[in-house]
Design a protein around this ligand. Structure first.
Ligand code: FES
Ligand SMILES: [Fe+2]
Length: 414
């Protein structure tokens, strides 16, 4: 984070603390229609046009450490085989044999020289080439080169592996834009995988995602935890292209340091904003990441059905050297999971509400504008065709979308 951005965040927090009305010129946000959270046809459009065309996190390079290591990923339904290649590059393929769809692997992780289908034995190399077919004589005019495994776009940002089902998608780095610029200070190419956990939650994925995009709820549901050390009235927000956003919330006492992370190794290049405050990114669509010098979680939100979802929390740490993860991580993860439990406590009841006749839309304050920004981006991804008017949000936040590294309004309306 450069000096100009650092100063603008400091100014932003001071401005937020001092203001007595909404930010100057900021519009009233129209209600977000409840139909977006319950209508199966809307959820289907969302899945096909947004989730299936987005860069999403799949795994960490620690999970595929050597040539031939694989990770089987299926958070968005289709089973994808992510493979470390001979050259250390990473490829992704559908775990789907070109003969009759048999799986090439069934375990979550492992290592193979060849991927041999369990059904009739067709064999593929680590680049997905079909190299051996049992009884090939029985397939007239057979051309193995036409039957490579079907690939899926796969790129890395540091040690984090992302996939995108859309063959036409641009590069991950371009997509991440300012997120990649800023997160470089956390040395993502050195960060290690520390801990993973997941929970089923009974609500539409957007119900819970919304809850992680604002600090307005701190005084109610995190009274004994986050609210004790963060001042939500100082939260400063930036809305970025491609639906990404960042908020920075100041500590109540500037000198406060989290005792739960004492003794952990720190990333030396982290700047003062992330050292002295709480930074939280939303990497669109489904990563919420509050990074700190001692590491960070990716909180991931995955749709399952219209009214169920999976919440995943994956922790990353600076290199702790040889040996097992330091014990202090048990406390750190335990404390964080207590906060996660506070955040999820109302989700099933909110789902019940949005499904009821008593629900007439979501009324957002300017503090909650990252939620509105997220939903505007969703509608841009879906496009106008087939999007029911009664489910759409108005496109109004364009003038407030900026890229701090270009200092320009970059919003591109459909
Ligand atoms: S389905 Fe894979 S070899 Fe038949
Ligand atoms: Fe929360």
């Amino acid at each position: 984070m450069d000096a100009k951005v650092t100063q603008s965040i400091k100014d932003g927090m001071a401005y937020e603390r001092a203001r007595t009305g909404p930010p100057e010129g900021f519009p009233a946000l129209p209600p977000v229609p409840g139909r977006r959270y319950v209508d199966p046809s809307f959820n289907r459009l969302e899945f096909e046009r947004m989730w299936k065309r987005s860069w999403v996190y799949a795994c960490h390079l620690d999970e595929i450490p050597e040539p031939g290591s694989y990770y089987l990923w299926d958070r968005l339904g289709s089973a994808i085989l992510i493979v470390r290649g001979e050259d250390d590059g990473v490829c992704a393929f559908y775990n789907t044999c070109r003969h009759r769809g048999g799986p090439l692997v069934k375990d979550r992780q492992g290592r193979r020289k060849l991927f041999v289908c369990g059904y009739h034995g067709w064999s593929y190399d680590r680049e997905g080439n079909l190299i051996a077919v049992r009884d090939e004589r029985d397939f007239p005019d057979f051309d193995r080169s036409c039957l490579k495994l079907i690939s899926v776009k796969c790129e890395t940002f540091g040690n984090w592996v992302f996939v995108n089902f859309d063959d036409q998608a641009g590069s991950l780095k371009d997509y991440l834009g300012p997120v990649a610029q800023e997160m470089t200070e956390f040395q993502p190419d050195k960060i290690r995988l520390a801990h993973k956990a997941e929970w089923d939650v009974d609500c539409n994925v957007k119900v819970l995602l919304d809850a992680f995009l604002e600090t307005y709820h701190l005084k109610s549901i995190h009274q004994q935890t986050v609210d004790r050390f963060l001042d939500h009235l100082g939260t400063t927000i930036e809305l970025w292209p491609n639906g990404h956003s960042r908020m920075v919330t100041p500590n109540r006492r500037p000198e406060w340091k989290d005792p739960g992370v004492a003794g952990l190794p720190e990333i030396a290049t982290v700047g003062e904003i992330a050292r002295d405050n709480n930074v939280s990114y939303n990497i669109y669509p489904n990563i919420v990441c509050p990074p700190a010098p001692t590491g960070m979680p990716f909180i991931l939100f995955w749709p399952k059905t219209d009214n169920t979802m999976l919440l995943e929390c994956i922790w990353f740490s600076p290199d702790w050297g040889a040996g097992p993860l330091p014990d202090v991580w048990d406390t750190r993860v335990g404390n964080f999971e207590r906060i996660i439990a506070e955040d999820t406590q109302f989700a099933p009841q909110i789902q019940q509400s949005v499904e009821s006749d008593g629900f007439r839309g979501i009324h957002l304050s300017c503090q909650e504008r990252r939620i509105y920004h997220w939903h505007e981006e969703l509608d841009r991804r879906i496009g106008r065709e087939g999007l029911p008017e009664s489910a759409a949000v108005e496109q109004i936040l364009g003038p407030f979308v900026t890229d701090p590294y270009e200092s320009a309004c970059v919003h591109d309306q459909v």
